[in-house]
Design a protein around this ligand. Structure first.
Ligand code: KG4
Ligand code: ZN
Length: 333
């Protein structure tokens, strides 16, 4: 029998619902982005996000079912992102999922948002070899995770200040490239010389990261040139900044794979959509005989299909949630 799961994701600024069969077949993956709404504020405004989720959630769920050609009665379970994320935003998804689980008397599955990002990889490659090193790089997280089996995670290190995506967004703001910053910096960087400016790379001990010094260095560089009245080559700044982030991410990820004897590495989270990060990791990993996998860009940024995939493996383990489930904004992996 195949297991059809309706998954809901509302942790930040995308209202998303998907139907996933057996953790593999995506029948629908509706993503309603609020980016245009938040752009004028230069970032996500939590109160605005929750109100918008509330407005959109029922339509997005109906659309996911319609596109999948299914009715509520066909579902075997309903999954939802429990955290981490914005509490008001998460609550909209959690309330909707609980209502559906209660009304249909089907299992409720609570998924950690970061676990969802990791499982975007299993949607594409269900046969990934364990143990795996996963680099989770999103707007809120930069984590190196050792995955020994399904559901068995060991956090090796994380950022001590800004997340990688946050650094992209903040640098994009000072370069006046708009929100979200990651894709804008990647586009501009293609026209620049990544060796032009030698921005600092923080190599902390162990597997922790730090990006706030790099962000400050970019700001100081811009101020220095502007004070001297010199013209700034924004493409060179974008390319050199991106290279500095990528270098540190790749160094640490390979170091983790070597330390824990992992033959394969996976990428997850919005920043995993970055082409420069992907190509740098693949080429350096290849030299060491390591394999690298990553999801297509649409599954790297927030979406409900990844939640539906992670939920399937939890469902198989019997890891179900009670109807008293609550959102947990700081939920650890
Ligand atoms: O995973 P995600 O969609 O949301 C969170 O869980 O945070 O990640 C969003 C982050 C943003 O900071 C965005 O700027 C970054 O991912 N991002 C990128 C790219 N696409 C999205 N960063 C670098 N290059 C990209 N192509
Ligand atoms: Zn995310």
């Amino acid at each position: 029998m195949s297991i059809k799961i309706l998954a809901i994701e509302t942790s930040c600024d995308e209202t998303s619902a998907a139907v996933v069969v057996d953790g593999l077949e995506v029948l629908s993956n509706i993503i309603s982005s609020q980016v245009d709404l938040h752009r004028k504020f230069g970032g996500v405004v939590p109160e605005v996000a929750s109100r918008k989720h509330l407005e959109l959630i029922n339509h997005v769920i109906q659309e996911a079912l319609a596109q999948a050609g299914l009715k509520f009665d066909d579902l075997d379970g309903v999954a939802v992102t429990q955290g981490p994320g914005l509490v008001g935003a998460l609550l909209v998804g959690v309330a909707a999922a609980k209502a559906i689980a209660f009304a249909l008397e089907i299992p409720l599955i609570a998924v950690n948002h970061l676990e969802g990002h990791i499982y975007a990889n299993f949607l594409v490659r269900p046969d990934l070899p364990f143990p795996l090193i996963c680099l989770v790089v999103s707007g809120g997280h930069t984590d190196l995770v050792l995955i020994r089996h399904h559901g068995d995670y060991q956090l090796l290190g994380s950022t001590r200040d800004d997340a990688a995506g946050e650094a992209f967004d903040k640098v994009a703001r000072v370069l006046e490239l708009g929100y979200p910053g990651g894709p804008a910096i990647e586009r501009l960087a293609r026209e620049g010389n990544e060796e032009a400016i030698d921005f600092p790379r923080a190599h902390l001990e162990g597997f922790d990261f730090s990006f706030s010094g790099l962000k400050t260095a970019v700001l100081q560089y811009l101020n220095r040139l502007r004070q001297k009245g010199e013209k700034v080559n924004l493409a060179d700044v974008a390319a050199s900044f991106q290279k500095a982030v990528v270098d540190v991410l790749v160094d640490k990820t390979l170091q983790a794979a070597r330390t824990y004897d992992c033959p394969a590495i996976i990428l997850a989270g919005g920043v995993a959509a970055n082409g420069r990060l992907r190509s740098a990791l693949v080429s350096r990993a290849r030299r060491e005989g390591l394999e690298v996998f990553y999801p297509p860009p649409v599954l790297c940024t927030d979406n409900a299909a990844m939640i539906g995939c992670a939920a399937y493996y939890k469902f198989l383990r019997g890891d179900l949630a009670p109807l008293t489930l609550n959102a947990v904004p700081g939920l650890p992996l």
